[in-house]
Design a protein around this ligand. Sequence first.
Ligand SMILES: *[C@@H]1O[C@H](CO)[C@@H](O)[C@H](O)[C@H]1NC(C)=O
Ligand SMILES: *[C@@H]1O[C@H](CO)[C@@H](O)[C@H](O)[C@H]1NC(C)=O
Ligand SMILES: *[C@@H]1O[C@H](CO)[C@@H](O)[C@H](O)[C@H]1NC(C)=O
Ligand SMILES: *[C@@H]1O[C@H](CO)[C@@H](O)[C@H](O)[C@H]1NC(C)=O
Ligand SMILES: *[C@@H]1O[C@H](CO)[C@@H](O)[C@H](O)[C@H]1NC(C)=O
Ligand SMILES: *[C@@H]1O[C@H](CO)[C@@H](O)[C@H](O)[C@H]1NC(C)=O
Ligand SMILES: *[C@@H]1O[C@H](CO)[C@@H](O)[C@H](O)[C@H]1NC(C)=O
Ligand SMILES: *[C@@H]1O[C@H](CO)[C@@H](O)[C@H](O)[C@H]1NC(C)=O
Ligand SMILES: *[C@@H]1O[C@H](CO)[C@@H](O)[C@H](O)[C@H]1NC(C)=O
Length: 632
Amino acid sequence: MSLLLFLSSSLLFSCLDSLTEAHPTHLPRRVFTDKEIAVKRSPVPGDHAPVRILLRGEPDSVTAAGQTHLYTYDFQQPQKAPVERRLVWKECTPEDCGYNITVVHERQKADQALVCGTDGSETLCCDVNLSAQSPTCTPSNTSGAIERGIRSFIVKEGEASALVESTESADLYITNSGSQEYVGIHKFGKNRVGPASHNKEQHYVGLMLSRGRDAPLQDKVFAFYKEKNKGSNPRDDMWLPYVTRVCMADIGGRKNNMQLTWTSQMSARLFCGDPGTRQHFSELVDVAVVQADQWQDTRVYGLFRNEWHMTAVCVYTIKDFDNIFATSAFEGQTSAYSRDRPRKCVEDSRLLSPETLRKIAETSEMVDWVQPVNKSGPLLFNHHNYTHIYADSSKDKRNNTHTVLFLTLNNGAIHKVLQTENQSFFIAEYHPFNHRAHISSIVLHPSSRKLYVTTRSELVQLDVEHCAKYGDCEECVLARDPYCGWNFTQCSAATSDTLQDLTTGNHTICPVPLLTASRYSTDARAPERVERIAVPPKSKFFLSCPMLSKHAEYTWRQGQDTTLCRSKEQECLLLIDSMSPEQVGTHTCESEELGLKKVLLHYELQLESRAAIGRLSSPLIWVCMVAALIKS
Ligand SMILES: *[C@@H]1O[C@H](CO)[C@@H](O)[C@H](O)[C@H]1NC(C)=O
Ligand SMILES: *[C@@H]1O[C@H](CO)[C@@H](O)[C@H](O)[C@H]1NC(C)=O
Ligand SMILES: *[C@@H]1O[C@H](CO)[C@@H](O)[C@H](O)[C@H]1NC(C)=O
Ligand SMILES: *[C@@H]1O[C@H](CO)[C@@H](O)[C@H](O)[C@H]1NC(C)=O
Ligand SMILES: *[C@@H]1O[C@H](CO)[C@@H](O)[C@H](O)[C@H]1NC(C)=O
Ligand SMILES: *[C@@H]1O[C@H](CO)[C@@H](O)[C@H](O)[C@H]1NC(C)=O
Ligand SMILES: *[C@@H]1O[C@H](CO)[C@@H](O)[C@H](O)[C@H]1NC(C)=O
Ligand SMILES: *[C@@H]1O[C@H](CO)[C@@H](O)[C@H](O)[C@H]1NC(C)=O
Ligand SMILES: *[C@@H]1O[C@H](CO)[C@@H](O)[C@H](O)[C@H]1NC(C)=O
């Protein structure tokens, strides 16, 4: 009885699931648990998620910066605890040192990093040799200006930052989120520049350098944030998404007139939504940047949420940002009034006239909004609660680039999505943890295709190129995993010689199999074994069939009768209310996906003979039932 109750509630949930995810292709095609794919895990000491993960050198070697220590992990031997090295600050002894690491940037010079630490009242920055036995914070010539400028500035945990190095100096750009004074982008280095004081609440989610432009003078820094809406209408969105930019060459205005304050800052609203249905997404959650060979084509993937708990991803290009900043009117200013406001970066911003500076101080916001590339709607949207986005656009061995998005969920799972020009394909859902987990960051080691996932207690290495798990050629192609292809023996890492069809997943490119033995269709292949089961008359009973692909349709067939599985759980169940002679015979579980038909299981049901009545059903049935229930 309780078994049945349990069963029906799981079926109810499946129904709800299929209502919210109207189309099955919105579900990840495959689900992989931590037992099905290579997951290596190592504990994170200190009960605090790493501040920064550095993937230097060897694919299996990872350096994590914690609050007070550097940890070196060797994933060849994940069971070994990481090598711990305490960071030594010149200003204090380890016993009474209150500085916690907040910023870590690798420098051009091998082994060197710029590290900053904050004790709640001041910030120290200095150079550290990441390979040293006892990494020590040492002042250096090139970062000296950063160290002096940043001292009285409190770096908050989790703020975005970027380091720009030249031969004789270095500049650190860092965001400051919240509702206090001086919220925005801050620059430390040869020149100290920061935002004007304003009373807006802004939360920054990303910072991006845009260099390699036509002239170095035009190099810029972009930042992405959500701003608290001041509107009083209760129907207004709570948050508004923005992109803002400043010129790297900007050194602020004149003495006592925007001195040390950005004169080149411009901000524009981001739009993510579907103008047709007026559905839109206004809370910016995270961004991922994909640098392109041509600077204009650099893409920014924005992860958004709305108040109905839906999430969406929209993609923008730098060219589109630049267009808005070059052409849009300024909020509240006519184009005649703001004609003398420079839109390009100027050589010496201190020479801007007081008149111009006054107009700059009035507003930095543009009237026009930035639309997603090619005026497209969201690349994907659904009801999942995504928390981080990571984009991999590394070249494959055929020299093609495909964008693969990794999206973390708030329960600790990760979605892997193939992004083509006009569609998203949900390749897989990974469960690196066997419990709910709060993922704090993800980063991919591109050449080894290992994804590093951090929480406050674990650092996990996840193999996202686990091609053999897909199976035969048809499965390999249906998977549409750009990291994998069919090498004529097995599904393996993609090379220029492997078969794959990322645009449609058309399995007909596969070599024709030698064996075709099935009475249902020429495509289908029959399983080798037929399971015989004897069931007592009138008993309740069910058969189960694994549903590996969430994009396939599964049916149970008995002769001409078919029962379609509507649930998208892991098992396709055939429920038999009361065993009778009608159920005697062969039951087959079949699947169909993009025209590929397969026979997965054959069961031969028999009525248990009179003599055997009273005996328990065969152990196999119980194993099936229990397995199915546990999984559902
Ligand atoms: C620094 O880190 C320690 C250990 O994680 C923590 O107890 C302390 O509160 C942190 N201090 C600051 C200023 O964040
Ligand atoms: C960093 O430390 C390593 C190991 O002690 C040493 O071999 C290397 O020379 C150091 N690098 C610099 C730039 O000091
Ligand atoms: C730092 O600068 C000083 C003076 O400009 C110079 O003498 C010294 O060699 C520099 N040190 C390094 C490591 O470049
Ligand atoms: C791959 O692309 C890059 C840049 O687009 C090009 O320089 C290189 O020659 C290409 N390699 C091959 C093997 O086609
Ligand atoms: C989504 O996840 C975030 C982070 O765990 C959480 O703060 C938020 O409340 C969640 N939203 C919903 C609608 O569950
Ligand atoms: C935008 O559209 C153009 C022309 O159709 C296409 O070449 C380009 O790849 C599209 N850009 C993106 C990022 O999809
Ligand atoms: C995507 O673009 C291709 C080629 O331009 C087109 O054939 C296909 O129908 C489009 N798919 C969607 C989902 O819009
Ligand atoms: C196919 O890939 C597997 C595993 O990567 C490898 O063992 C096998 O030799 C490859 N076969 C061919 C024909 O390349
Ligand atoms: C797959 O390709 C074959 C041959 O090119 C074509 O006939 C078939 O319609 C394609 N199937 C799908 C689902 O696109």
